[in-house]
Design a protein around this ligand. Structure first.
Ligand SMILES: [Zn+2]
Length: 259
């Protein structure tokens, strides 16, 4: 009998440690899975779509970056989140490089004369960019998304030249829900910003043919277009895009409170 005692003690200790770990890290019990699919498969525009799923399917949020290939902060933020985010609820769909050729060439549009953000909902029989827009449009339908977030950057501050949208959150309709949601996010974002020029503001500007306009007006999906200003340092802008997305994920209870 005496011989078994050390083993019994050892098992007891293991059991106690397991219980403690479960209390200390409850999120370890909630696993997410990540899968990848491709749009425009087998073409020059083939680009990955990452689907991060949990056991609780709802809500489904989709974020698109790299619609314009030289707007790096959104692309880097989307890639960072794809590799690092741990959600505990819902589904997060990430398209980090929507126009993968424009991203690779570090140019706004490719080909230069076709703006992906003006051809939605696209056309499956159209040119390559119209086909690409149509595939992204179909993704929104396929996954029955609850919110679309489009990440962009501008060459100038809106407050300096209202022709440009740097440091804004753009909505495409004046419905109360979108207005309240965007106002809440801008207020949260601005808490850490001192300089007035760098503070965000909500803009109502329906831009026909854009990803967000198409989501909102054609599919009835709430949509937000986030724009930082490229005159600010890249590392700051990447963090702003990450912060923006996290505020939304917290608001939808997709992130645990402590992360
Ligand atoms: Zn853009």
């Amino acid at each position: 009998m005496e011989k078994n005692r050390p083993l019994t003690h050892f098992l007891k200790i293991i059991f106690i440690i397991s219980i403690l770990l479960l209390f200390c890290f409850p999120q370890t019990a909630l696993l997410q899975t990540i899968s990848v699919e491709y749009i425009c498969a087998d073409t020059d525009y083939e680009t990955p779509v990452y689907i991060i799923k949990t056991d609780y399917k709802e809500p489904t949020i989709m974020t698109v970056a790299g619609t314009h290939g030289n707007e790096k902060a959104g692309i880097k933020a989307a890639e960072y989140l794809k590799d690092n985010i741990k959600i505990e609820k819902g589904t997060l769909i990430i398209v980090p490089r929507a126009n993968i050729l424009a991203c690779a060439k570090n140019v706004r549009c490719f080909p230069p004369d076709i703006n992906l953000n003006r051809v939605y909902p696209g056309n499956p029989q159209g040119n390559s960019v119209e086909k690409l827009a149509n595939e992204i449009f179909n993704l929104m339908k396929k996954y029955d998304i609850d919110l679309l977030i489009d990440l962009h950057e501008s060459i100038e501050f809106y407050k300096k030249n209202p022709e440009n949208y740097g440091q804004t959150l753009v909505i495409d309709s004046d419905d109360d829900y979108l207005y309240l949601l965007s106002s809440f996010i801008v207020e949260e974002m601005n808490k850490d910003i001192v300089e007035d020029r760098n503070k965000y503001q909500v803009l109502l500007d329906p831009v026909k043919g854009s990803t967000a306009y198409s989501a909102n007006q054609q599919l009835g999906i709430p949509a937000l277009t986030f724009e930082t200003c490229r005159k600010l340092p890249l590392s700051f802008r990447i963090n702003e895009h990450i912060k923006f997305l996290k505020i939304i994920l917290y608001k939808w209870n997709m992130l645990p409170a402590e992360s």
